[in-house]
Design a binder for this molecule. Structure first.
Ligand code: B12
Length: 165
């Protein structure tokens, strides 16, 4: 499989990411921007668009062997819509998938640190507010995917060593 250098991180050519707006949320503009930014950064983006259920994200990730699911929530119901996603992923065999979430995740104005912690506790790997720099999000995703690959390679080596001894 082909590797190429992107910034400081090696990524597999065309790693797939699933993108969409969760729940009954119909805010469509940010979704289009995210699709473009992540595609231009070298990812194969499967964009499920707006009003996407947890199950639809998971089915698409399984079908495409995706490395990450990028979820948006803008309309204030993010806490309800996003809860339980991590356990559903594990149930469906996606133990290692990266879960990113961003947008206006709760109703009204709450200190972002509190919102972030809430979603980290739900099992999300990274949480973004609307003003966050998308190029930074791209770099974090490349770094996180590379780290997952290194961990998987190491786990494979450890297993082979154990079998050989
Ligand atoms: C346009 C708009 C609408 C349009 C949407 C049209 C459409 N089809 O897109 C309409 C009129 C339909 C609408 C409806 C509603 N809206 Co509205 N809407 C907006 C508005 C004015 C702009 C949204 C937008 O396009 N922003 C521009 C894009 C580029 O920014 P973005 O969506 O935030 O996305 C960026 C970032 O958030 C970030 N991001 C998002 N997700 C992720 C994920 C990851 C992984 C990463 C890294 C980054 C990231 O990157 C994106 C790209 O830069 C916002 C206010 C605002 N200024 O944001 C309210 C707003 C989002 N709406 C709001 C509300 C409440 C509603 C309604 C519930 C109103 C109602 N009572 O009916 C409904 C919900 C309908 C539904 N089922 O979804 C609230 C949400 C409040 C909250 N979360 O607490 C907002 C914030 C307005 C407000 N200040 O109250 N809305």
């Amino acid at each position: 499989m082909e590797f190429r250098l992107e910034g400081n991180h090696k990524i597999m050519k065309e790693d797939t990411v699933i993108l969409g707006v969760i729940g009954s949320d119909c805010h469509a503009v940010g979704n289009k921007i995210l699709e473009r930014v992540f595609a231009e950064a070298g990812f194969h983006v499967v964009n499920l668009g707006i009003m996407v259920s947890q199950q639809e994200f998971i089915d698409a990730a399984i079908e495409t062997n995706a490395k990450a699911i990028l979820i948006s929530s803008l309309y204030g119901q993010g806490e309800l819509d996003c809860d339980g996603m991590r356990s559903k992923c594990i149930e469906m065999g996606l133990d290692d998938i990266l879960l990113y979430v961003g947008g206006n995740l709760v109703i009204g104005k709450t200190d972002f640190k509190i919102v972030e912690q809430k979603f980290l506790n739900m099992g999300y790997d990274r949480v973004f507010k609307p003003e966050d720099d998308l190029q930074q999000a791209v770099q974090l995703l490349k770094k996180d995917i590379t780290q997952k690959k290194v961990n998987a390679l190491q786990a494979g080596q450890d297993e082979r060593r154990t079998k050989a001894s």
